[in-house]
Design a binder for this molecule. Structure first.
Ligand code: PRP
Ligand code: URA
Length: 208
């Protein structure tokens, strides 16, 4: 299930993110802000528990989250910039890392790193990657996590293309996708159009 979050603040920040003249420092900050807002939307699905506390006036029932029940999982490299935003909403979440890059010729994902907290399979995973283009990287990352036991996963991206959404929905119909924008499509290099360019290079200032 795809959720495109149509919020004026997200639209405004996305406009700046798409602009080719936006510097890396600002780009990183915008990615973090949008990720925080997407995580806030995802959090509407989370269950709370009722506990009793004492206010200075009287005792009352309040609702709390089990804050240790979450793992934020950036897909390296570009997902790292989103993790900070997710952690602003879920500051006590653990962090896992999945390292994948897209082969420049075949556009197929290549895995190079996998490190998760020991008890992640029983927790709620928030997997983050700014770009969902062909869907190859995200689908492979989610498959990897499922193969190691993950059961409850949300996938968050900033810009997505219809092809990637179709692939992810077909491969992982159980995983909700949250995105800030659904763009027109992909170009001949499988970059999202209009998109925002190469997210990793813009985040880490590694553009040639
Ligand atoms: C980008 C992006 C996604 C992937 C999306 O990563 O961050 O992981 O491409 O493309 P796909 O949907 O067609 O698989 P990239 O391979 O450029 O690696 P990087 O994050 O290390 O720069
Ligand atoms: N990866 C990116 O960083 N940008 C795209 O448009 C597609 C894949």
């Amino acid at each position: 299930m795809i959720h495109e979050i149509k919020n004026p603040i997200i639209r405004h920040k996305l406009a700046q993110l798409r602009n080719k003249n936006t510097a890396s420092k600002d780009f990183r900050e915008l990615v973090e802000d949008i990720s925080m807002l997407l995580t806030y939307e995802v959090a509407k699905n989370f269950e709370t528990q009722t506990i009793e506390i004492e206010t200075p006036i009287k005792s009352c029932n309040v609702e709390v989250l089990n804050e240790n029940n979450f793992v934020v999982v950036p897909i390296l490299r570009a997902g790292l910039a989103m993790a900070g935003g997710a952690l602003k909403i879920l500051p006590n979440a653990s962090i896992g890392h999945v390292g994948l890059y897209r082969d420049e010729k075949t556009f197929e994902p290549v895995e190079y790193f996998f490190k998760m907290p020991p008890d992640f399979a029983e927790k709620i995973l928030i997997v983050v990657d700014p770009m969902l283009a062909t869907g190859g990287s995200a689908s492979a990352a989610l498959q990897l996590l499922k193969s190691k036991g993950a059961k409850k996963i949300y996938f968050l991206c900033i810009v997505s293309a219809p092809r990637g959404i179709e692939k992810l929905t077909a491969d992982h119909p159980d995983i909700p996708i949250y995105t800030a924008a659904i763009d027109e499509g992909l170009n001949e290099n499988c970059y999202i159009v209009p998109g925002l360019g190469d997210a990793g290079d813009r985040i880490f200032a590694t553009l040639q």
